[in-house]
Ligand binder design. Sequence first.
Ligand code: FAD
Ligand code: NAP
Ligand code: SF4
Ligand code: SF4
Length: 508
Amino acid sequence: MTHVVTQSCCNDASCVYACPVNCIHPTPDEPDFATAEMLYIDPRACVDCGACVTACPVGAIQPHSRLGEGQLPFLEINSDFYGTGPVGDLPILAKVAPPLEVKARPEPPRVAIVGSGPAAMYAADEVLTVPGARVDVYEKLPTPYGLARAGVAPDHQETRRVTTQFDTIAAQPGFHLHAGVEVGADLTHEELLRHHHAVIYAVGASADRRLPVAGAERAVSATGFVAWYNGHPDHAHRSFDLSHRRAVVIGNGNVALDVARVLARDPEALAATDISPAALAALRESRIEEIVVAGRRGPAHSAFTLPELVGLANARGIAVSVPEADLDVTGAGEESHTVRHKLRLLRELAARDTSGARRRITLRYLLAPERITDDGVTFARNTLEIGDGLVQAVPTGETEHIEAGLVLTSIGYRALPVPGLPFNEATATVPNTAGRVEGAAATYVAGWIKRGPTGFIGTNKSCARETVAALVEDYNEGRLNDPAASTAALQELLRSRRPDSVALIGSP
Ligand SMILES: Cc1cc2nc3c(=O)[nH]c(=O)nc-3n(C[C@H](O)[C@H](O)[C@H](O)COP(=O)(O)OP(=O)(O)OC[C@H]3O[C@@H](n4cnc5c(N)ncnc54)[C@H](O)[C@@H]3O)c2cc1C
Ligand SMILES: NC(=O)c1ccc[n+]([C@@H]2O[C@H](COP(=O)([O-])OP(=O)(O)OC[C@H]3O[C@@H](n4cnc5c(N)ncnc54)[C@H](OP(=O)(O)O)[C@@H]3O)[C@@H](O)[C@H]2O)c1
Ligand code: SF4
Ligand code: SF4
């Protein structure tokens, strides 16, 4: 018997510290953690105590005897990560990061956090480990938790459970949420600094990357489509043309799989989720039968993660296929555990017959978008070549046109500049060192605005921890001035600027 990590793992590593025998890896202090697509339990060492199940905020861990049919592949994916040799010589418990050490000062830290997504919530949790600390979280939307609520797909209800953990963080003494307050519009950076020792920006990456091809304006951005089906107030009014039989999604990251799956799912299955009622009504009328997800490189470079591919391959009512001809594995690096499993599953999908299916997703490769027209997308056909030891996708000179009534671009998110802070246009991040904003005193960043738009919900935990450690060091060293104005003055200011703002969680 063993326990198994499954699809909804968001890499927050809570299970690592709950495990009494250190059999969940990679741990945050191990080098593979930064690139891991999930964590894995070593079946040779697991003593089946179940402690990790309780620790996991998203219900990702199951005893192997309780795995559903669609979860069975995770048994091998977990065990194969470790191989069959003897259990390695590991410390009995995973290495725990030392607690923050705070030098006593007359006024405990008062920290403003802009945004209430995962990075903000993990940062607030860290700050609140300091006795007497106060955190004021400013969120421009009426509801908190950023993409954990407005990004995660509605059919991923397990992942949405992470918001329960955020509720627990928010219920701590010293936490104050001001929802409906936009920093930059309702309050300035200088005003925040007057009322706090420091400001952490955790504003995410709310825009999208633009596709630099002719006709790109005819395409719909996945950013807007996701916001629409999740009921984001800025996108709730939108409508999309779902009256044709085929849609094409450009890009093959996890967001591309999310939008393809939502388009392909039986709407009655979505009705049991918290999808926006307007989106559900539109999807009930949808005539889309096939969603083509197009990557410009080969299958070994699929941007989606292995757990999401396993989930898609086993999604009820959706037929998934890959044309055999697209499965070019030139220089595929199959020594990587993740690549090996992805390719094996893609080969299985290539062998599936999906011809009679009502709704299907076709994964295509080696197609670089060249032009978007009223009737679909023309792609330049690529081939894989090895040069300087690297696999490169290079154009063959051939093109392929795929007809579609709806074209979505899902080529990544992009942060917008934060007024008053420096901004690196190339990386679309605020330049920083370990979270300290370059050239701006008492100002820090965490999450996607700090690192760029990659990583899972839990990735923001170690990111936020690093930022708060820098902040506490500056507080200890006297580099953060005590706030010039009181918390009562802050309440007064907020009432004058946003009388309608809601302190949804925490006392005023
Ligand atoms: C579509 C999508 C689906 C995803 N699904 C998953 C998943 O299933 N599992 C997983 O592990 N990861 C998932 N991720 C990744 C995960 O959501 C991100 O890693 C995480 O949300 C980034 O956190 P953040 O706090 O940096 O940004 P965000 O979550 O974007 O939070 C930023 C917050 O700041 C607020 N804000 C912005 N500007 C201001 C301002 N001026 N004043 C006040 N508030 C402001 C925004 O309204 C928002 O609430 C998904 C990402 C996307 C895009
Ligand atoms: N369930 C989950 O855990 C979950 C769900 C959603 C999102 N997320 C995470 O959120 C992050 C963002 O996801 P994402 O899907 O938006 O981004 P992503 O993973 O970075 O994928 C972007 C995709 O766009 C392609 N692309 C970029 N520029 C292109 C261009 N000019 N032409 C054609 N294709 C182009 C990329 O191809 P190349 O690879 O060739 O550059 C890639 O396929 C990721 O870290 C993701 O894992 C997680
Ligand atoms: S069941 Fe117990 S021993 Fe096994 S991975 Fe979970 S915490 Fe570790
Ligand atoms: S979500 Fe966190 S606690 Fe759950 S399995 Fe993944 S890393 Fe472990």
